[in-house]
Structure formats: structure tokens, C-alpha cells
Design a protein around this ligand. Structure first.
Ligand code: HEC
Ligand code: HEC
Length: 199
């Protein structure tokens, strides 16, 4: 008797557990949307920025997103605004947002670009940048997206790398320094125009 009774009881517990986990999952999703809603004010709806200098963040990989937030938080990566914002979220909350933004499609905003400079930039990118920033800088794998990113953001980010405000790993520094030595400010302008030209 006991056994027969305990089967439906176990089933009921199982079903209850399933319902509970569904409810918890959807409650979590709702709260991630709420957590991420202030981001839209600067990064655009669904993480697609319309400028003027704020980057798009949709489609960044979880690894890159988490690394960015962690280094803003620790102060290793300087941000005009993000250091303060990153400190406002727990690791759990940041992880949930990383998943959310990684699930969105990187959006390319139409930007003004100079076709002549972009063509020169395409060649320079192939020579100096594409070994890591593959697919014309569109590949996000742990590295950020360059192709279609907001031009003014790229301008000051590149300046931050050269001034040491944002640190570079050794291989990147070697390529970036060789690039600057050979092509200077005009070369930088050209690659940025190439990225800005991508729709
Ligand atoms: C007040 C404007 C503002 C708000 C709000 C804001 N950001 Fe940012 N975000 C920026 C700016 C500007 C940068 C460029 C770095 C800097 O100057 O701080 C940036 C950079 C980033 C980057 C780095 C992108 C890259 O390609 O390396 C990530 C990731 C990011 N923000 C995530 C978020 C998230 C998540 C939220 C919401 C919790 C958020 N931001 C809210 C302005 C904002
Ligand atoms: C050896 C590999 C390597 C090469 C070559 C390289 N990069 Fe990078 N780049 C990286 C890595 C890794 C990151 C992410 C760094 C970080 O998170 O701090 C990055 C980040 C960037 C960012 C910031 C993206 C963002 O969303 O904030 C820009 C801009 C950039 N690189 C431009 C360039 C340009 C322009 C070239 C060629 C002149 C270049 N890189 C060559 C490895 C490389």
C-alpha cells in the first residue's frame, strides 16, 4: 500500500520541481531584462548603439563581455563611465547580462564613411589586424567587434591602446606598433573608415 501511494507522491514532487524550475527560469529572464534596461539608454535598444561614441554591445561573446566588465570593475580597464556602472552589478547579475547580450545579434548602424580611405583600410587591416580580428573584424570571439562598430568609439579606443590607458597583450602591441610606425595617423584613420563602412 505504502509503495503504491508513494509513486504518485514522487511523481507529484517531480512535476512540481519541473514547474518550479520553469517559473524560476522565466522570473530570472524577466529580471535580466530589467537589469539590462538602463544599458539601452547609452548602448541602444537591444545593444545596438546609434552613437555618437558609445559602442554596440549586442553579440559580444560572453567571455569578452565578462572580461570587459571585470576589468572595468577592478580599474584595469579605464572607462569614462563603465567603471562606475560595472561596480553596480554582482558577478551573478553580470553573468546573466553576458548571456543576454551574447544572444543578441550585433547591429551595424549606418555611419558616414570615406570609400577611398575604407579601401586603403581594408588592405591595412588584412596586413596588420586580420590575423586576430578575423572576417574583416566582424568575428567577436573573445576580442570585441570592429566591423560595423561605432567609429568614434574605435578612434578613442585605439588612442587608449597607444597611450597605454588600455593595456595590450604582447603580440597585439607588436602589430599595433609596427602598424603605427609604418602608416601613422593616416593608417589609423583608414582602418577605422574600413570598419565604419561595414553594414
Ligand atoms: C551612461 C552611458 C552608459 C550606460 C548607461 C552603460 N554604458 Fe556601457 N559603455 C559606455 C561607454 C561610453 C563605453 C566605452 C567605455 C567608457 O568610456 O566607459 C561603454 C562600454 C561598454 C562595454 C565594452 C564594449 C567593448 O566593445 O569593449 C561593455 C561590455 C558595456 N559598456 C556594457 C554595459 C552594460 C551591460 C550596461 C548596463 C548595465 C552599460 N554598459 C551601461 C556607456 C554606457
Ligand atoms: C595578436 C592579436 C591582435 C592583433 C594582430 C590585433 N589585435 Fe586588436 N585586439 C586583440 C585582442 C586580444 C583584443 C581584446 C583586448 C582586450 O580585451 O583588452 C583586441 C581589441 C581591439 C580593439 C577594442 C575592441 C573593443 O570592442 O573595445 C580595437 C579597436 C582593436 N583591437 C584594433 C586593432 C587594430 C586596428 C589592429 C591592427 C592594426 C589590431 N587590433 C590588431 C588582439 C589583436
Amino acid at each position: 500500500m505504502l509503495r503504491i501511494k508513494s509513486i504518485p507522491a514522487a511523481l507529484a514532487v517531480g512535476v512540481l520541481a519541473i514547474f518550479t524550475s520553469i517559473n524560476t527560469a522565466s522570473a530570472e529572464m524577466a529580471s535580466v531584462q530589467t537589469l539590462a534596461s538602463p544599458c539601452a539608454g547609452c548602448h541602444g535598444v537591444n545593444g545596438v548603439s546609434v552613437g555618437p561614441a558609445t559602442p554596440s554591445i549586442a553579440g559580444l561573446t560572453e567571455a569578452y563581455f565578462l572580461d570587459s566588465m571585470a576589468t572595468y570593475k577592478s580599474g584595469k580597464r579605464k572607462g569614462t563611465i563603465m567603471s562606475r556602472i560595472a561596480k553596480g552589478y554582482t558577478d551573478e547579475e553580470t553573468k546573466a547580462m553576458a548571456k543576454l547580450f551574447a544572444s543578441m545579434k550585433f547591429g551595424r548602424t549606418t555611419q558616414m564613411s570615406d570609400a577611398g580611405l575604407a579601401a586603403k583600410g581594408k588592405e591595412l587591416h588584412a596586413e596588420f589586424c586580420d590575423s586576430c580580428h578575423e572576417q574583416d573584424g566582424r568575428k567577436a570571439d573573445g576580442i570585441g567587434v570592429l566591423g560595423g562598430q561605432i567609429a568614434a568609439y574605435l578612434d578613442y579606443t585605439i588612442a587608449d591602446f597607444y597611450s597605454g590607458v588600455r593595456t595590450m597583450e604582447k603580440r597585439k602591441a607588436q602589430k599595433m606598433n609596427a602598424f603605427k610606425a609604418e602608416h601613422g595617423a593616416d593608417g589609423i584613420k583608414a582602418v577605422v573608415q574600413f570598419y565604419a563602412s561595414q553594414k
